[in-house]
Design a protein around this ligand. Sequence first.
Ligand code: 3PG
Length: 466
Amino acid sequence: MGQNLARNVASKGFPIAVHNRTSAKTEEFVATYGHEGDIVGGATMADFVGALERPRAVMIMVKAGAPVDAVIEELIAHLDDGDVIIDGGNSLFTDTERRVRSLAARGLRFLGTGVSGGEEGALHGPSMMPGGSHDAYAVVAEVFTKIAAQVDGEPCCTYIGDGGAGHYTKMVHNGIEYADMQLIAEAYDLLRHGLGLGNDELHEVFSTWNAGELSSFLIEITARIFAVRDDQPPVAGVAGAPGHLIDQVLDQAAQKGTGRQTAQEALELGIPVTAITEAVFARALSALRDQRLAASTVLPGPVPGDARVGDDRQGFVDAVRDALYASKVVAYAQGFDQLRAAGAEHGWALDLGTTAAIWRGGCIIRAQFLNRIRDAYTEHPDLANLLLAPYFTELLARTQDNWRRVVSEAVRLGIPAPAFSSSLAYYDGYRRAQLPANLIQAQRDLFGAHTYERVDRPGTFHSAWE
Ligand code: 3PG
């Protein structure tokens, strides 16, 4: 990703110096891509820093955690007051806050910058979420806004806020990404095992969806995945006909941590991001493959694939599409709610409309409906919840019968749909004037004298329940 970002910078006409701790890699990069622009290789850190104009801006692209601190320590011996260090990895926002403070004490400026879009995005235009020193952003703003993806003539990059605001926003972006991917996986499971669609049909369904309201990078790549044939020869003694590559991919999802961090931070804030959290747990459950294989022969229940939904096949495909869209809206509403709460907690003036705008291009969750989210928060910056914006309220009214039908069918068929069902439960809970929390308060007061409030008079009460 670092290499592609460097090539992107060079291709926009900016001079750039590059350095890798393995000098052979630096040489190879310059030999291969040096003709693409004004690119200089630095064999040592001193050579590299010496090639930069002042105030220097150095972007670090290494694994989050200790490697970032190690590179910073090595780097600062060569830097001068006012130089800028940019961390473009997925650092935890609290680490970014610490680095902003400790580097400021040493006269250096720091930008924790979320960069989304993977390898391709880095090369052709990512979505960028810089946070930290505001005057440091002024040093790199021209480069960042030129290398970022452009949508309707606007760069997918803006200064997010001070401290760890940029990395926090990228973390929530990734949390939403987890939810979005899990929802698409549940739609796939329902269509495959509830309806019996094959990969070619799945390719058609997702391609059709990508041409409509659900149009997004994740739906587009999902459609493409179902079209890919396996190019490996069959393994002797292992069952399975040659066919589609997706059927040979082991069903254990890995994770690098940003989804888990989003859920952890949401718990700290007390913000229910149920779709993101269910997506993290679904990956954790998928990783318990040995246990699942053993349990599959012991625990009773409907076997996905044995029973099917009824004869109205197109009706069910449309219902899954509606359930996916409604659940996605909930997942994004929850993520934006977390950003709103985090902004208040940490004193960041987060602009949710602009955040939605810079996610419209370059990044993994880029989607057509982010235009609607941008509009909702631009028109009503204090919107309590995205679900209350008229476009989304109407969408949920229109899709919810199908949403309920799909969740019911999933339960009946024994197909786990945790993100679909938890999103629907959140929706039903959020629109409920009266929840059963009165009983929880009564229980707490009975066993722990934790007190409760009453609906008919002000004050705090404790009762002798027994
Ligand atoms: C990334 O940062 O590479 C992805 O957006 C998320 O990675 P993960 O799914 O491995 O956690």
